[in-house]
Design a protein around this ligand. Structure first.
Ligand SMILES: Cc1cc2nc3c(=O)[nH]c(=O)nc-3n(C[C@H](O)[C@H](O)[C@H](O)COP(=O)(O)OP(=O)(O)OC[C@H]3O[C@@H](n4cnc5c(N)ncnc54)[C@H](O)[C@@H]3O)c2cc1C
Length: 380
């Protein structure tokens, strides 16, 4: 079995690692457009405590305790001068994306999986040229879109808010959601520590607020200084740090009706992306990867494996999409809630996903099925 994996992010790496562990004689190769050190993004939250939680990718890494993960069990909502500190009711694990991806890459290499860096796949003919039995397209959200198959063309939806992903040396000990009413408009920050000395700090605002503040005209440095001033009470003198490749954007939701065409299958964000306000994208990538491993292990040929994968993964992906969209829309409608008092605002935030079936339960069920693997069959 010869497999090409396009993209060395959490989805492609997790799939390759778990597949190779199960099928050591399969020929798996990863190509990645960036260099190894070029991992875009700061920290992300993952579910549960490693090594116990199966949806947390750290649970599959024997060096997880060296990644300086931070465990978060409390949530603080700040609305102007008021704040509300609550238990999240669950444990969340925040980790640096660079450290997570670096460790996954190391684990893949240890299993003998080659990763070719600075190797962007640009066209479908490149994917076909070496006659792969399976091509896993795990190349994330592509702002400069590269679609390899007409049959897999995604539906694309852009969020109305502008957002940017900063890092800061201010360590936010809890998950923070901060609402600021500035003369230029409402700004919202999502912040939490992801290592001993760094936090993620994602900021979003309406397009109108973005333009009122002149953020479209400011340099990256001046924009970061302006936003740090808006959140000066919380940042306590710490600056906001930008990163190459992270700009003010409108969130892009990629959705598909089908996850595969012939021998090409989509995984991770490339299959379904979802707004950062529910913090689930990496978890979805991990669970999707485990579901694909299970399907390939349980079937004797690629077409039936992909059909089975598709039947199971699409309902889960669509539930993820619905949760992410309902949450994104809540943040885009913040003007409707911003005059509420802090108790009402907290309740409205908490209630935003209640109309939907719970995502956590669906994830747990799919993952537990995926991890019950029958003795290996021979795939041809
Ligand atoms: C602001 C923000 C905050 C987030 N916070 C969280 C969070 O708290 N928790 C969480 O779980 N998720 C979070 N996410 C989402 C999470 O980052 C993604 O869901 C996750 O990275 C998806 O993994 P992936 O492997 O599918 O894609 P990616 O991580 O994007 O990896 C794709 C890889 O493919 C490579 N690539 C792209 N094109 C090509 C090509 N043509 N050829 C070869 N390689 C290519 C890229 O360089 C990259 O390495 C957040 C996202 C954003 C934007």
């Amino acid at each position: 079995m010869k497999i090409l994996v396009v993209g060395a992010g959490p989805a492609g790496l997790m799939f390759s690692h778990q597949m190779k562990k199960l099928k050591p004689d399969w020929d798996i190769k990863i190509i990645e457009k960036n260099k190894p050190q070029e991992v875009v993004g700061w920290g992300v939250v993952l579910p549960g405590r490693a090594p116990h939680h199966p949806a947390n990718p750290l649970s599959y890494l024997n060096d997880f305790d060296r990644l300086c993960a931070q465990y978060l069990e409390e949530f603080k909502l700040i609305h102007g001068s008021e704040s509300n500190l609550m238990s999240t009711g669950i444990t969340l694990c925040a980790v640096e994306r660079h450290a997570l991806v670096g460790s996954l890459q190391k684990h893949c290499k240890e299993l003998g999986i080659p990763i070719e860096y600075s190797s962007p796949a640009m066209s479908e003919s490149e994917l076909n040229k070496d006659n792969y039995d399976l091509v896993v397209l795990s190349n994330g959200i592509n702002h400069k879109s590269t679609y390899f198959r007409e049959a897999l063309k995604p539906e694309i939806q852009y969020g109305k808010n502008k957002y940017i992903w900063y890092g800061t040396s201010k360590t936010f000990d809890y998950l923070h959601l901060i609402f600021k009413v500035d003369p230029k408009g409402v700004f919202i920050a999502h912040a939490y520590k992801f290592s001993n000395d760094m936090s993620t700090f994602v900021v979003e605002c309406s397009e109108e607020t973005y333009l009122n503040a002149g953020l479209d005209k400011l340099s990256d440095e001046d924009a970061a200084t302006f936003i740090a001033q808006v959140f000066k009470d919380e940042l306590e003198g710490h600056t906001l740090q930008g990163q190459n490749g992270l700009k003010w954007r409108n969130f892009m939701t990629l959705s598909h009706q089908k996850s595969y065409d012939q021998n090409l299958v989509l995984l991770g964000d490339a299959l379904q992306s979802g707004h950062f306000s529910i913090g689930q994208g990496t978890t979805m990538a991990v669970v999707g990867a485990q579901m694909l491993v299970k399907a390939l292990n349980d079937h004797t040929d690629v077409p039936s494996a992909l059909e089975s994968f598709n039947a199971k993964v699409m309902p889960l992906m669509h539930l993820f999409r619905d949760h992410a969209n309902i949450s994104r829309l809540w943040f885009e409608s913040v003007d409707d809630y911003i005059d509420l008092n802090i108790t009402q605002l907290t309740e409205s935030f908490d209630a935003r996903r209640r109309p939907l079936p719970p995502l956590a339960a669906a994830l747990a069920q799919n993952l537990s099925e995926a991890l019950q693997r029958e003795p290996a069959k021979t795939v041809v």
